[in-house]
Design a protein around this ligand. Sequence first.
Ligand code: ADP
Ligand code: MG
Length: 249
Amino acid sequence: MSKIETRGLRVSFGQTQVIVGVDLSIPDKSITALMGPSGSGKSTLLRVFNRLIELYPEAKVSGEVYLDGRDIFKMDVVELRRRVQMVFQIPNPIPNLSIFENVALGLKLNRLAKSKRELQERVRWALEKAQLWDEVRDRLGAPAGKLSGGQQQRLCIARALAFQPEVLLADEPTANLDPENTAKIEALFLELKKDMAIVMVTHFPQQAARISDYVAFLYKGQIVEWGATRDIFTKPRHQLTEKYVTGRL
Ligand code: ADP
Ligand code: MG
């Protein structure tokens, strides 16, 4: 069964429709790349999946979205956001807060650790999962802002993983990183997908080709094509997809 499923999803800002009837399945334990030109609605679509879209009062959402077959709009939003975590293009740890506290904060606020020891264990677990532990274990008390950009992004991933999410949404997570750090995040995602569904927005077709299992190609708020990554790149059914993957769109 799909981890996330949308039916007839629409989003508009005032008179402008930016998601225009999207039916999409996100399979579990795999990476789905959401591709498409700038302004096609990729970020908006991700923001629906954890209902972050509700922070935009001018956004109007209709249609259905299911997580494990349950209507997300009828779920407790705190529960939803625990299960569906998100990382952004620009790493956004709280810079003055320590590396440890950046990961621990959400666990504390949600009372997810019963003791100080459990909190420490969960923070360590998340940092290990994000492949950052070895680099920060000796300076957990240092401000997060002192880390490099690539480390800050892995810290944000650790912060998300601390909730043991079922879905990780990533909005162009490597767009601000150099090739070395990009490769680290890509390798990390390939590990993480064993335990969760990952939806990654990217505007690098090569990145989708390298690490995704499925591609959804979005154009002007509609899914033009969805399928296994290999098929999308070797035998695209739609001319727009072909143009996009060959860099002509
Ligand atoms: P992408 O991530 O694919 O570049 P977005 O989802 O950010 O696209 O945006 C899709 C469309 O919705 C764009 O035309 C953008 O201008 C518009 N849009 C996004 N957010 C808002 C908003 N808060 N108010 C009005 N229009 C918005
Ligand atoms: Mg975007």
